[in-house]
Design a binder for this molecule. Structure first.
Ligand code: AMP
Length: 213
């Protein structure tokens, strides 16, 4: 099964993708994670990508489509979860073509709905484990008092450079301008399923489970 998790920054796409990986043996393809890795590479591309991401703008379609194309050549496992991709109509068309070329299709697009006030609160309070990527929130799920990740025991926590009020405002603008048209695009194709992303992690996971069947 191949699915897209679609939603604004902070909707919980990464958290839910990680659960699906554990529960359904699927492969998470997060273009945000791939780009964060690229920016640490010390290459010219990494430097350009870092600047764009820190501003809260979108990286070019060409770069992200290239990253996804590379990964699709790998092992399919239980299928792919596209997390943070596609983000533009050009990327959505390219994904359809790439899947077709690999003899497969998209099974569902899960739209995670969350209101803007909740997004700002979630993102500015967010940190993650530097080892396993477990997500914490200063208010709703603080880092353990012993300073060790509850999932893997590591003690290096990170905050994203673009999780600040200015970048977030720009990331939200980009979402509404360039990514939200994908809701209509996938609705028209009959692939769209909408879940309420505001609830507890478990409740959202249950809703996604129901939507996927
Ligand atoms: P994310 O981790 O998905 O929130 O992505 C972090 C940042 O990476 C975004 O704000 C963009 O600058 C860039 N990015 C991630 N995925 C894409 C994509 N599909 N298209 C363009 N830029 C992307």
């Amino acid at each position: 099964m191949n699915i897209i998790l679609l939603g604004p920054p902070g909707a919980g796409k990464g958290t839910q993708a990680r659960r699906l990986v554990d529960e359904r043996d699927m492969t998470q393809l997060s273009t945000g994670d791939m780009l964060r890795e690229a920016r640490t590479s010390g290459t010219e591309m990494g430097r350009v990508v870092a600047e764009v991401m820190d501003r809260g703008d979108l990286v070019t379609d060409e770069i992200v489509i290239g990253l996804i194309e590379e990964k699709l050549n790998g092992d399919h496992g239980g299928g792919f979860i596209f997390d943070g991709f596609p983000r533009t109509l050009t990327q959505a068309d390219a994904l359809g073509e790439l899947l077709k070329r690999h003899g497969t299709t998209l099974d569902a697009v899960i739209e995670m709905k969350v209101d803007d006030a909740a997004l700002v609160e979630r993102i500015t309070a967010r940190s993650t484990c530097g080892e396993c990527g477990e997500v914490y929130n200063d208010i709703t799920k603080p880092q353990p008092a012993d300073g060790k990740c509850a999932n893997c025991g590591a003690s290096n926590f990170k905050r994203r450079a673009d999780d600040n009020a200015d970048s977030l405002k720009q990331r939200l603008m980009e979402y509404y301008k360039k990514t939200s048209p994908l809701i209509g695009y996938y609705y028209a194709k009959g692939d769209l399923k909408t879940v309420d992303g505001l609830g507890e992690i478990e409740d959202v996971a249950a809703e996604i489970g129901k939507a996927l069947g």
